[in-house]
Design a protein around this ligand. Structure first.
Ligand SMILES: *[C@@H]1O[C@H](CO)[C@@H](O)[C@H](O)[C@H]1NC(C)=O
Length: 262
């Protein structure tokens, strides 16, 4: 007499499949030097990419959108099941799953509103950083000031030192250390972060001193690009890319140039 597979057998098959999948993922991560774009590492970006309508998202899409429009990246949820899957299933009790779905419907303004007084779609709306100011003296304002003061401490000549060297221009001052150190293959990376941070901080505060500083950095980078004459702009030589193409050991040139040029 034939018997249905017992539960333990089914569970064992499940575990083997999970282990094989895990091994596959680890293999992909272990690959260090390929010409392929790395997978999205941020959970939010990955979720946003899945939710975006249209052709399958590339890694660049969310970032281009983000910088060209100078806005925060927002989820554009189109599908309730995708929205629900953003929450780890095990973390949701039944009522919490229901709340999460109600919140989603409210955000979309698509009926099922839990608040009769709230007009559909009025629950949340996008605001530009230029139009939002934190309450002076508040905890959030103090945190923002700390960040602002840190950005103001950074020195223009030191930030662009390796870019000037690379372009063959005179480079006054001393370069920063760490990842910005002149012998480090990731140099210039932090400058990309600086450009994003100062742009957002300026939009959030309109601090003119910061504006002058970030403009000086952009001007200096522009001078470097003009001097190099090919359009290339980086704090490291272009043969780092050749190394990567030849599967030789080199530290993330695409990632770094993307930080600076977008
Ligand atoms: C910019 O911010 C700094 C730090 O809060 C402040 O001391 C300075 O007065 C501000 N400068 C301008 C022009 O707003």
């Amino acid at each position: 007499m034939a018997r249905a597979p017992s539960m333990p057998a089914a569970t064992a098959v499940g575990i083997v499949v999970v282990m094989l999948l895990a091994a596959g993922f680890r293999g992909a991560e272990g690959k260090s030097c390929t010409n392929a774009f790395p997978g999205l590492t941020s959970h939010t970006e990955r979720a946003a990419a899945q939710l975006r309508p249209g052709p399958p998202a590339t890694v660049l899409q969310p970032i281009i959108h983000h910088h060209r429009h100078g806005r925060e990246q927002h989820l554009t949820p189109t599908d309730e099941s995708t929205w629900m899957s953003l929450m780890p299933r095990r973390a949701l009790r039944r009522e919490e799953a229901f709340d999460w779905l109600m919140l989603y419907r409210e955000l979309r303004g698509g009926g099922g509103s839990a608040r009769p007084g709230v007009a559909a779609g009025a629950f949340l709306s996008e605001a530009s950083l230029h139009d939002v100011r934190l309450e002076p003296g508040s905890m959030y304002w103090r945190a923002q000031q700390t960040n602002l003061e840190y950005l103001l401490l950074l020195d223009v000549d030191r930030l662009v030192w390796s870019f000037r060297k690379q372009a063959g221009l005179t480079a006054p001052g001393t370069p920063y250390g760490g990842w910005e150190g002149p012998g480090i293959q990731l140099r210039g990376h932090f400058v990309g972060h600086y450009l994003s941070a100062t742009a957002k901080m300026w939009a959030s505060t309109h601090n003119d001193t910061l504006n002058a500083k970030m403009s000086s950095v952009v001007d200096a980078l522009y001078d470097c690009q003009k001097k190099m004459g090919t359009g290339y702009l980086s704090a490291f030589p272009s043969d780092f890319f050749d190394c990567l193409e030849a599967i030789k050991s080199v530290w993330a040139p695409y990632y770094t140039i993307h930080k600076v040029n977008w």
